[in-house]
Design a protein around this ligand. Structure first.
Ligand SMILES: [Zn+2]
Length: 198
């Protein structure tokens, strides 16, 4: 895998940042789509580059065409290949308009365009999976926009049990793991317009 990643980096297709492979492109006014294959997500869809299609989750920052233009194509292409309907997260303020956009396309070509659309407000969280959630934060642009911080969720042994011998932990386990563990949340990356912070 490491060699493959290196080859891809050499060929200009993706690079590794903090252990996460990142692909995509961002050309202001033309197209922005950043892809994290290991997290199964794309940030903005640009004109819908082909490698974005396989990502199950799409997070949209704002409604400018260079960031959202490829949205119907993304959903339609996944339908064409019979892939799982994607989950698309958009700022709440554009959710209704995005719904109407899909309705117009359905009216025109009688396609299903199956997907789940989620409106997220600044400060709200969206759970991608048990060990991963995303929180929207405000970004500043000529129209309303937001970025997203991706958090990993891990279970770790509570402080008071650290250093206990294994068989004691085993004994305690039998009375319920939830007593032993606490949840920790750790930001792993931040997605915002044109700037990626790790
Ligand atoms: Zn813009």
């Amino acid at each position: 895998m490491a060699t493959k990643a290196k080859e891809e980096e050499k060929s200009g297709r993706g690079m590794q940042l903090q252990g996460y492979k990142v692909e995509g492109l961002s050309i202001a006014g033309h197209e922005t789509c950043i892809i994290f294959p290991s997290l199964d997500l794309a940030f903005d869809i640009g004109r819908c580059p082909s490698r974005a299609i396989s990502q199950n989750f799409l997070f949209i920052s704002h409604a400018h065409m260079d960031h959202i233009g490829g949205l119907p194509m993304y959903v339609a292409t996944r339908g064409l290949y019979r892939m799982k309907p994607p989950t698309i997260i958009v700022p709440s303020c554009i959710k209704e308009d995005v719904e109407q956009l899909f309705e117009v396309h359905r009216r025109m070509d009688h396609s299903e365009l199956n997907h789940t659309l989620v409106g997220l407000d600044v400060g709200e969280e969206f759970c991608m999976r048990k060990d991963l959630f995303v929180k929207a934060f405000k970004t500043y642009h000529v129209i309303q926009s937001q970025g997203y911080v991706v958090y990993s969720v891990k279970q770790k042994l509570k402080q008071e049990y650290l250093g206990l011998p294994g068989d004691e932990i085993k004994k305690l386990k039998s009375s319920g793991m939830e007593l032993l563990l606490q949840e920790t949340q750790c930001p792993i990356l931040s997605l915002m317009k044109l700037i990626l912070m790790f």
